[in-house]
Ligand binder design. Structure first.
Ligand code: KG4
Ligand code: ZN
Length: 343
C-alpha cells in the first residue's frame, strides 16, 4: 500500500508486484482526494490547510482502497508513504499513518522519496528496464537523471531557478486561467498560433543539462502586460507560443543528456509529463538518438498513491525497509553527491 500526502492530493493505492524483479505491476486500488477546491481561493497550496485536509481524509481513503482491492491490512506485504520532499505537515500525516499501521499489523514500513515515486512509476505500467534516462518535470522539480535502479540515481542537470510546472502555473495565473496551470495551457494551446510570440529559450544550445525558466517567466509577464485580456485568440496564441518554447528548451536539454548518457530509453515523468504536446517533442528527440520515449499513463503522471506503492515494491523486493524512527524530510535529493545536491 502507498500513501501520498506531500502536496495537495491525498492519495492511497494498493499495487501487486509481478514475480521476480521486473516491471509491470497490477493496480488493485488507486483512490485520490484532490484538495484543489480548498486551496483555489488562495491561488496556490496553503500548507496548513493541506495538512489538515490530509488528516481528515486519509483514514477514509485507506478504507476505500482496501474495499476496492478486496484485501485486509493483514494481507499487505508492506506499507509505504511519501517521506519527503514536500510540505512537511502533509508528509508527517502520511508517515505517521503508515508507521502506525505497519506497527499494529507487524508489516515493513517504507519511507519513499516522492521524486523516486515519479522516477520509477513508468515501470508500474510499462516494460522499462534499468538503466534509463529520466526527465523529471513537476511542479517543484525539473531534473535530468540517469536511473540505475531503486535508490540509485546520477543527476545530470537541474533547474537553477524555477521548476517547469511552476512556470506553467505562473503563466496560467498571469492569464487568469486558474490553478494548476498546465492542463489549462495545454487545452488553450490547441487553438493557438505557436509562432505568434517569440519568447526566450534560456540555456538553449549551452553545454550540459541544467535548466532555467525565470527569464521565460519574466518575458511572459511582459507580454501579458501588453495584451488585451478580452482578446481570447491572443491568450490562446500566447499559450501555444509558451508551450512551444518550453518544448524547445526541454528538447534541447534532453538532446544533450542523450549525447552524454546514450541509453535506449528516455522516460519523462512528473505532472508536466501529462502534456501530450511535450511528449511528442521528446519522442522526436529520443528518436534522433535511436532511443524510445516512455511515460506513465497521463493519470499516473500527477501525484498519486500508486507510484508510492510501486516504489515501495521496488525497495521491498531488494529486502529494504525503513525504521519506525524515520524522520520526514522536507528536502531529499535523489542524488546525494555534490552534483545532485545543487537541486
Ligand atoms: O507531479 P505533480 O502532480 O506535483 C509535484 O510533485 O509538483 O506536478 C504538478 C505540476 C503542476 O505544476 C501542473 O501545472 C503540472 O504538473 N501539469 C502540467 C500538466 N498537467 C499537470 N503541465 C503541463 N501540461 C499538463 N497537461
Ligand atoms: Zn509530484
Amino acid at each position: 500500500m502507498g500513501l501520498e500526502t506531500s502536496c495537495d492530493e491525498t492519495a492511497v493505492a494498493i499495487v501487486e508486484a509481478p514475480p521476480g524483479d521486473g516491471p509491470l505491476g497490477t493496480i488493485l486500488a488507486n483512490v485520490i482526494y484532490s484538495q484543489l477546491s480548498e486551496h483555489r481561493r488562495f491561488g496556490g497550496v496553503v500548507p496548513e490547510i493541506a495538512a489538515r485536509a490530509h488528516l481528515e481524509r486519509i483514514d477514509g481513503l485507506i478504507e476505500e482502497a482496501l474495499r476496492a482491492s478486496g484485501l485486509g491490512l493483514g494481507d499487505l506485504d508492506g506499507i509505504a508513504a511519501t517521506g519527503g520532499p514536500g510540505l512537511i505537515g502533509g508528509v508527517m500525516v502520511g508517515v505517521m499513518t503508515a508507521k502506525a499501521l505497519a506497527f499494529a499489523h507487524d508489516k515493513p514500513f517504507l519511507a519513499i522519496n516522492h521524486l523516486e515515486g515519479h522516477a520509477l512509476s513508468v515501470r508500474l505500467t510499462e516494460r522499462v528496464d534499468f538503466p534509463y534516462l529520466l526527465l523529471l518535470a513537476s511542479g517543484g522539480h525539473c531534473q535530468l537523471l540517469t536511473v540505475h535502479g531503486p535508490g540509485d540515481f546520477t543527476c545530470l542537470g537541474t533547474t537553477i531557478d524555477d521548476a517547469v510546472g511552476e512556470c506553467f502555473d505562473k503563466t496560467a495565473k498571469l492569464l487568469g486561467l486558474g490553478f494548476p496551470g498546465g492542463p489549462a495551457i495545454e487545452r488553450l494551446a490547441q487553438s493557438g498560433d505557436a509562432q505568434r510570440f517569440a519568447l526566450p529559450r534560456p540555456m538553449r544550445r549551452k553545454p550540459g543539462c541544467d535548466f532555467s525558466f525565470s527569464g521565460l517567466k519574466t518575458a511572459v509577464r511582459q507580454t501579458v502586460e501588453k495584451l488585451d485580456a478580452r482578446d481570447k485568440q491572443a491568450i490562446a496564441d500566447l499559450c501555444a507560443s509558451f508551450q512551444r518554447t518550453v518544448g524547445d528548451v526541454l528538447a534541447d536539454r534532453c538532446s544533450n543528456a542523450l549525447a552524454m548518457a546514450p541509453l535506449p530509453t528516455l522516460v519523462v515523468a512528473g505532472g508536466v509529463a501529462a502534456n501530450l504536446y511535450l511528449r511528442q517533442r521528446l519522442e522526436a528527440v529520443a528518436a534522433k538518438y535511436g532511443a524510445r520515449l516512455m511515460a506513465p499513463p497521463q493519470k499516473l503522471c500527477t501525484d498519486n498513491g500508486a507510484m508510492i506503492a510501486w516504489a515501495g515494491v521496488e525497495h521491498l523486493r531488494l529486502g529494504r525497509s525503513d525504521s519506525l524512527d524515520f524522520k520526514p524530510r522536507p528536502r531529499w535529493p535523489l542524488d546525494p553527491t555534490p552534483a545532485g545536491l545543487r537541486v
